[in-house]
Design a protein around this ligand. Sequence first.
Ligand code: HEC
Ligand code: HEC
Ligand code: HEC
Ligand code: HEC
Ligand code: HEC
Length: 440
Amino acid sequence: MKRKIFILLIFFFTIIIGLYVYKNRREVAIEEVFPGKIWAKPIPTLPDVKGVGAPTAKNCGNCHSEIYEEWKLSTHANALSDIQFQSELAKPSSPKWICLNCHIPIQNQRETIITSLRGGDYFQPIEIQNPNFNPEMKEEAITCATCHVRVDEKTNQSYVIGAHGGTSPPHPMKINRDFLNNRCQDCHNETYTLNQSLVCSFQTGTELQNTNSQNTCATCHLPEVRRSFVKLSLNRPVRTSHRHGFIGGGVPKKFDLYKDQIRLGYKPGIILSEFKLEKGTISIRLQNKNAGHHVTTGDPERFYLLILEGFDSFGKIIFQNETKIGQDWEWSPQAKKVNDNRIPSGGEFSWIQKPKNESNSIVKYRFQAIHVRLKNITSDFMIQSANQVPDPYQQKVKQIKTLYPHSSIIIESTFVIKDKSRKDTTLEALFNTNAKRRGE
Ligand code: HEC
Ligand code: HEC
Ligand code: HEC
Ligand code: HEC
Ligand code: HEC
């Protein structure tokens, strides 16, 4: 009897261990864990493009020289070298391969191919070496081919996707403007909570759709310009082309990129539609006139900081108040949005104040709106944990305060009480200042 129980017990344990091993060691397909998620896999390997060579931005730039120069200045081109990205990528809680699927999205850009997930766990990707890895293309991050090149599955040939038509390029071509315009949604319209460190909360596409306008992302972020699509020596006609600087919130990834923001199409989303003092009350009204979506958009940590200061006749600040437009999140124990006062497209924000005590000696008020991308306390924390970041980025993270723009002043206006006059600082002057500012 005892022996029977013993054998039964052994049998039982073997099955349990077997099941355990099966469940945790089994190779599970990525599609099974993330069904229907475009970002769960990179774009399949792109063979060389006939007439171009490897599908790198540098090669496209041999002919599309001006578009290439603009793109090089964009946040897209800097999405891998981004110091903040490198710091966040290095966190032990980051499922790195998933981050890279949006930030360097083509298989050619990746050292390894992920074949499946061990036990379905996204922290245990099973990787093999990628024979088609192109290190130069990796550095290009969101490169031309992300939007413009795909492989024909039947012929295994790469082709370029265009929008215009009626052109005669030296490379295979298919015209599909909708594909190009909808492509933005794949990365900019995703809400998904994986864990504390990966919360995608981008609803920019849905926000735009809700405005019921005919605008696409390209209307504003790829502004039209008349020019040849290619360098002049190729003798092609002047057509309606698009600037490829993908300018967004006006806080670029490096200080030397400030000088091109306005030329490539930067406009603040908000305008200061009212700034006045009447019967001791200051009213400030901001309107989201220029953005087809909420501002601030995208990353939940971005916000506008609004500052009002009162000066006495000696130029000393004797009154100060500030407020914030943006989202508030709690990150632990579970990521959760607790507040959101962003301005929807076309919407308004008003800020009314009645300064008391010192108000008699105030001769002038100054209002500033600052677009903050990174808070000082967050970059402090990044410096503290810089040791976990691999080189060459570790040194850069340590110097994040001097290398990485945290914020930009996007509106500044002064109101002089005596003659009730308002004077706005020009955008050009603000961006000259921004290039020299540091920190939040
Ligand atoms: C050897 C020169 C050359 C290279 C390299 C090249 N192109 Fe072109 N491309 C052209 C020419 C020429 C045209 C047609 C211009 C015209 O007729 O106005 C063109 C047209 C295009 C168009 C627009 C077609 C349309 O009708 O909308 C796109 C998009 C394009 N190329 C993308 C790319 C991309 C992406 C790469 C890199 C993978 C690339 N090109 C590499 C020469 C080149
Ligand atoms: C493969 C994913 C992907 C696609 C497709 C994509 N983007 Fe992006 N985009 C990103 C990432 C990632 C960033 C941020 C990079 C960073 O901050 O390091 C970004 C940044 C931006 C920014 C800059 C924000 C700022 O303030 O600097 C704009 C504007 C933008 N994208 C517009 C577009 C438009 C328009 C399209 C479609 C034509 C598009 N994107 C397609 C991933 C993508
Ligand atoms: C994030 C997506 C994205 C990236 C990256 C991108 N483009 Fe484009 N490109 C577009 C869109 C969208 C259009 C078309 C806009 C329209 O006509 O509606 C376009 C249009 C073009 C055209 C047609 C002419 C024109 O200006 O409209 C050419 C040529 C072109 N791109 C080349 C490039 C090259 C070269 C690169 C890299 C240096 C590049 N693109 C990077 C989205 C992208
Ligand atoms: C009507 C014009 C317009 C349209 C359409 C539009 N945008 Fe914007 N977008 C703006 C302006 C203006 C800003 C700058 C907002 C600011 O920071 O003041 C901006 C900012 C951004 C930013 C930077 C994030 C930030 O907080 O500043 C991203 C990313 C972006 N847009 C993506 C998109 C995408 C993706 C689409 C399409 C789904 C789109 N935009 C459609 C005008 C537009
Ligand atoms: C679904 C695609 C997607 C995935 C997955 C993704 N990102 Fe991004 N990321 C974006 C887009 C789009 C932006 C630009 C948002 C904007 O500016 O509105 C961005 C911006 C960023 C920024 C810049 C924020 C800023 O304010 O400038 C950092 C840092 C970043 N991502 C880190 C990560 C990390 C780390 C991971 C993995 C844990 C990750 N991302 C995964 C699409 C993605």
